[in-house]
Design a protein around this ligand. Structure first.
Ligand code: AMP
Length: 196
């Protein structure tokens, strides 16, 4: 099973992707997590990405394409993977298609979680409050200013992917505003249809 989750920041892609990894035994590939790990480890990529990420901008296509192409060739991706936060631009989607074609792989579905922006801002505020209440540290880009920038980047650069995947007949659009379990159920139903 090879899936892409599309949707703005805070739409629940990560939460839903995690649930599917348990069900299908395939890894969740979050480019955000991979980039944050590179920043923490102080690698060359991390150093180049940090300022852009903190400001809520997008890291260059070359960097993320490289990271993902290496990652999907790993042994633990042999049964499939769930991409969460990638692709985020049409050139990234094209690079992914080329990489997958070269590896003789095909996508099973692209799932877009639709949400409204006001609700997203409330979600991000409660995510920050819950993390702080649990004694955790919040992401350096989880502040209102960076979050608005991330939403603007989504609208401008990532939203066009809906049309791109819809033209290829791969897009499934689901209501991401429903409660978490209901969203999981609708994803499972959509995947059953996609594989039927
Ligand atoms: P996320 O955890 O998916 O919200 O990603 C956090 C940040 O990492 C984003 O705001 C971007 O700065 C960067 N990032 C993650 N994935 C990508 C991607 N596919 N292309 C460009 N930048 C990305």
């Amino acid at each position: 099973m090879r899936l892409i989750f599309l949707g703005p920041p805070g739409a629940g892609k990560g939460t839903q992707a995690k649930r599917l990894t348990d069900k299908f035994g395939i890894p969740q590939l979050s480019t955000g997590d991979m980039l944050r790990a590179a920043v923490s480890a102080g690698t060359e990529i991390g150093k180049r990405a940090k300022a852009v990420m903190d400001a809520g901008g997008l890291v260059s296509d070359d960097i993320v394409n490289q990271i993902v192409s290496e990652r999907i060739a790993s042994a633990d991706c042999s049964k499939g993977f769930i991409l969460d936060g990638y692709p985020r631009t049409v050139p990234q989607a094209k690079a992914l298609a080329e990489n997958m074609a070269a590896m003789n792989l095909r996508l099973d579905a692209v799932i877009e979680l639709k949400v409204d922006e006001e609700a997203l801002i409330r979600r991000i505020e409660s995510r920050v409050a819950e993390t702080l209440a649990a004694g955790g540290t919040v992401r350096s880009d989880d502040n209102p200013e960076s979050f608005r920038k991330r939403l603007a980047e989504y609208r401008e650069k990532t939203a066009p992917l809906s049309a791109y995947y819809s033209e290829q007949g791969e897009l499934v659009v689901l209501d991401g505003m429903a409660d978490v379990d209901a969203v999981t159920r609708s994803i499972e139903t959509a995947l059953e249809k996609a594989s039927a």
